[in-house]
Write a protein that binds this ligand. Sequence first.
Ligand code: FAD
Ligand code: UDP
Length: 381
Amino acid sequence: MPPSMYDYLIVGSGLFGATFAHEATKQGKKCLVIDKRPHLGGNIYCESIEGINVHKYGAHIFHTNNREIWDYVNGLVPFNRYTNSPLANYRGKIFNLPFNMNTFYQMWGITKPEQAKAKIEEQRAEAVAKMKAAGVTEARNLEEQGLYLVGKDIFETLIKEYTEKQWGRPCSELPAFIIKRLPVRLVFDNNYFNDAYQGIPVGGYNKLTEGLLEGVECKTNTDFFNSGYRDWRKYARQLVYTGPIDEYFGFCYGKLDWRTVQFKTRVMDIHNYQGNAVVNYTSHEHPYTRIIEHKHFEMFNQAVYDCPKTVISEEYSTEYKEGMEPFYPVNDERNNQLAERYRTLAEKETGVVFGGRLAEYRYYDMAPVIEKVINLWRSLS
Ligand code: FAD
Ligand code: UDP
């Protein structure tokens, strides 16, 4: 190849692109990473406001059960001891999440696991009977799944309206799997994740991006489609594309739908606004789904008060329109089928790796994205 040529042109500096560049560079490959945004890191990017790392694209909590991935990221930047324990505010009343003995105490005043078990059974009875009468053993939609999982009271207080705000559709029209991963525990344990490891990079996520992209040539404000790089074979032997899959193929089969989140971020002249990083608002009374108070991801105990201000973000879940950031794939029949057709096209494209949430049109947490790239490199070498 000509000496100026890259082995890989990588479109997108999010976790997929950055991890790919890191692994490729370790193998002696020459990479160029381009991103259309004015910064690197994709959705994990943080903006420093008043000394607080603000999660600009929504709260990100790293969690994994995979020791290798945990060691990998900690090898780049140490992680702190943040444990995600979100609260739910339903019409002014606070409940602990995920659904555990604290929640059941707050909901029903019961104090023992056996009482909770009996109460949930009683609450589920109607849903179980309905499903039996319909001759189904698996919940057919999110409403059935919620009622089957935890029964009427919890479904109506903590799931129904929150989910409708988040997805903009009735629960009866959403797939059950969305809430299948929500834990239900008969112990007093407010840790949202079941994983063995979780935390936030010390100094914020930009440190993780910097660690991954150390020694890699990067260009921001560079859109693949509106730059010479569209003609990528002139520059690189292979392309790694992490943008939206439908855009790569010129929307030839039509556009995929996305859900997105809009943020209203405010600096407040107080030390501590809500005493927790994440508070979900689970009723329609508030138009936003959650309020994030960013300092609690990285500041604990006295540090909260050593920092005189706080930054909060209200999250408004909305349907994606042009010019917004595409966040969540929409898991309905039309979009799943359309994405499959694009994936078939992608398989036929030579010299191109399609990866990450946008190019695969799949919801991925951070750790599985890193794991995927590492396994990809393993299969290559
Ligand atoms: P992205 O981070 O989206 O990166 C893609 C990059 O490609 C972007 O920087 C974009 O600008 C760039 N790009 C796109 N098109 C072009 C183009 N034409 N030219 C140049 N560049 C382009 N995961 C967790 O593990 N824990 C969490 O708590 C968590 N919370 C989340 C909250 C929200 C609101 C969202 C949206 C996601 C959350 N995630 C969380 C998931 C996490 O963000 C993803 O796993 C991760 O960002 C995936 O990285 P990616 O590289 O696939 O995509
Ligand atoms: N959910 C809910 N009430 C809550 C939190 C979550 O009903 O207080 C439901 C909601 O349908 C959401 C799903 O659980 O889409 C998954 O939520 P989670 O917080 O795990 O994922 P995220 O919204 O961060 O992607």
